[in-house]
Ligand binder design. Structure first.
Ligand SMILES: Nc1ncnc2c1ncn2[C@@H]1O[C@H](COP(=O)(O)OP(=O)(O)OP(=O)(O)O)[C@@H](O)[C@H]1O
Ligand SMILES: [Mg+2]
Length: 275
C-alpha cells in the first residue's frame, strides 16, 4: 500500500522509525503528547476491588509509535481507554497535549476525544449496513466547522489513503475484515487527530492482513503520526519504535526497539500459500 500521503514530520525533523537510546535525545521531537503520572484505576465489583492499574507513569512524545504489550488482564485496555478519554483514572495525573484531563468537564473531554484522538478497535466498530464513506464521515458530523462538501472530500481522501478508493460505496457487511479495519483507520484519521490509539487492531485478522494493516500504521508513523498500539502478541512489538510492557497493572518494561522491522518486508517474505 503506497497510498498514504506523506505529512511533514513534526518540527520539520525526520522522525525516523527508531527512537534513540536514553541519553541520545538529539533526534527526539520535544513535544510531549501524553504524560501520565502514577495512574491508578480500581474497579469495584460486588465486595471486591480490582486494581487494574497500580501506578503507571510514562511520557509519549509526538511522532512515537509505541506498542503496549502484556498478557490478558494486565491492564492494557484500561490504560488505553484512559489515554483516549473514554474513562477516568481513580487517581494520578494525565496530561494530553499539555492539558490536565482531570480539569476538563465531560463535554470538553468528548470534544477532545473527537478532535484529537482517532480510535481503532479489534472489532472495527463500524455502523452495520452503512457505506464505507458514511462510516468515515461520522466523526465529522460532530464538527460544526466542517460543511457537507468538505466532509465528503476529506472522507474520500481518508479512504484513498488506506487504499479503499474503489470501495467507498460498499456497506460494512460487503467488505472483508481487513477492508473493514481499513475503513476504521480512515475514520480514525479523518479528523486529523494528534494521536491514534489502537486496541488489538489486528486481533481478528489473518497473518497477511495483519501485516497489511501494520504496514499502514508504519506509513502513518513515517508521516509523523503518534500511535499507541495495544496488543498481547509480542511478535507485533517488532514493528513499532518503543515497547511498554504491563504486568498486573504495573509497567515492567519500557524500551526502544533497536531492530525495527518493516511490515511491508514481512508481508513480502510470507510464503505464497500462507493465505
Ligand atoms: N469495567 C470493569 N469492571 C471491573 N473490572 C474490570 C473492568 N474492566 C477491566 N476490569 C479488570 O481489570 C483488569 C484489566 O483489564 P483489561 O481489560 O485492561 O486487560 P487487558 O490487558 O486489556 O486484557 P486483554 O488482553 O484480555 O484484552 C482485569 O482484571 C479486568 O477483569
Ligand atoms: Mg484488552
Amino acid at each position: 500500500m503506497e497510498t498514504v500521503k506523506m505529512k511533514p514530520a513534526p518540527s520539520g525533523e525526520a522522525v525516523g522509525d527508531g527512537i534513540p537510546a536514553s541519553g541520545g535525545k538529539a533526534r527526539l521531537p520535544e513535544k510531549k503528547i501524553i504524560e501520565v503520572e502514577n495512574l491508578r484505576r480500581d474497579f469495584y465489583v460486588g465486595d471486591e476491588i480490582v486494581h487494574a492499574l497500580r501506578g503507571i507513569s510514562f511520557d509519549i512524545r509526538e511522532g512515537e509509535f509505541v506498542t503496549i504489550m502484556g498478557s490478558s488482564g494486565s491492564g492494557k485496555s484500561t490504560l488505553l481507554n484512559i489515554l483516549g478519554c473514554l474513562d477516568t483514572p481513580s487517581s494520578g495525573e494525565y496530561r494530553l497535549d499539555g492539558i490536565p484531563v482531570r480539569s476538563m468537564d465531560k463535554n470538553r473531554r468528548a470534544e477532545i476525544r473527537n478532535r484529537k484522538i482517532g480510535f481503532v478497535f479489534q472489532s472495527y466498530n463500524l455502523l452495520p449496513k452503512t457505506t464505507a464513506l458514511e462510516n468515515v464521515e461520522l466523526p465529522l458530523l460532530y464538527n460544526p466547522a466542517v460543511g457537507t462538501e468538505e466532509r465528503r472530500k476529506r472522507s474520500l481522501e481518508a479512504l484513498q489513503k488506506v487504499g479503499l478508493a474503489d470501495r467507498v460505496q460498499h456497506r460494512s457487511n460487503q467488505m472483508s475484515g481487513g477492508q473493514q479495519q481499513r475503513v476504521a483507520i480512515a475514520r480514525a484519521l479523518v479528523n486529523d487527530p494528534v494521536l491514534i490509539l489502537a486496541d488489538e487492531a489486528t486481533g481478528n485478522l489473518d497473518t497477511r492482513t495483519s501485516y497489511e494493516i501494520l504496514s499502514l500504521f508504519q506509513e502513518l508513523h513515517r508521516a509523523g503520526r503518534t500511535i499507541v498500539f495495544v496488543t498481547h502478541n509480542p511478535e507485533l512489538a517488532r514493528f513499532s519504535s518503543r515497547n511498554i510492557v504491563l504486568r498486573d497493572g504495573h509497567v515492567i518494561q519500557d524500551s526502544p526497539n533497536r531492530d525495527l522491522r518493516s511490515a511491508k518486508d514481512a508481508l513480502l517474505a510470507l510464503p505464497k500459500d500462507e493465505d
